[in-house]
Design a protein around this ligand. Sequence first.
Ligand code: KMH
Ligand code: ZN
Length: 276
Amino acid sequence: MNPVVITAALTGPIASKTDHPGLPTTPEEIAAAATSAYHAGASVAHVHLRDGQGKPTADLKIAQRVLDMIRDQSPILIQLSTGVGLDVPFSERERLVQLRPQMATLNPCTMSFGVGEFRNPPQDVRRLAAHMKELGVKAELEIYDSGHADFCAVLLNEGLLVEPLQFSVVMGVRGGMAATPENLLHTLRKLPAGAIWQAIAIGKANLEMTAIAVAMGGNARTGLEDTLYIRKGELAPDNAALVNRLAEVCKSLERPASTVSQTQAILSLRRDAIRS
Ligand code: KMH
Ligand code: ZN
């Protein structure tokens, strides 16, 4: 079986240091978390940025600083979030791809997201997809419901996406599909042939659903964006502890965590002087 691409989602847009004192929010903390996650088995860091007040931001200077710091410390690949945060306008979010990370998220649809609204209007999504294609930034398609996969097929038909498509099946967000094996299977059946996928399980099903995904041949993500707890009632010590646990699951299933170089091949990433 293929090795597993483990992605570490270090910070996310929702939690604060009040929820978890170890949540990395400053550039220094985010870079250190990426490095520890790399040593624990992750080959991709999914990166959200926070401003000086700890709020989600799409500030290009902060983003560049974080990318540079991560690159200085390890070869982990960087996947920049264009989701950013629920209160950040799409026009600011989409600018982040100008920094040409090797990967960035593309959220295809608008939806309720917990207590808020995650706005991804179709014409804005099309414009961002086209820009990412032009810059050679690989789109990680975050789908929160099986219908989102259908819209990605429309974008593919319109020539806005580059194959192989790379999907994240996100489960457990209130407003999207629940984290259940049935929902995962149903959604996977909708993906175009040849698509690459990973499971993202938000909340208490994080371990079970990522383990199921690995057993099924998919890739998997974990980190404090996805769950603040390592088990019921016990905060995860840090991102690396969650990555380490997932890497152990992968090893037990005879699918070791992929190296950076293997991940570049598996995800068909651009290989150039810019390493992230
Ligand atoms: N910003 C959140 C609402 C992404 O990283 O692209 C969803 C999110 C997706 O975190
Ligand atoms: Zn994210």
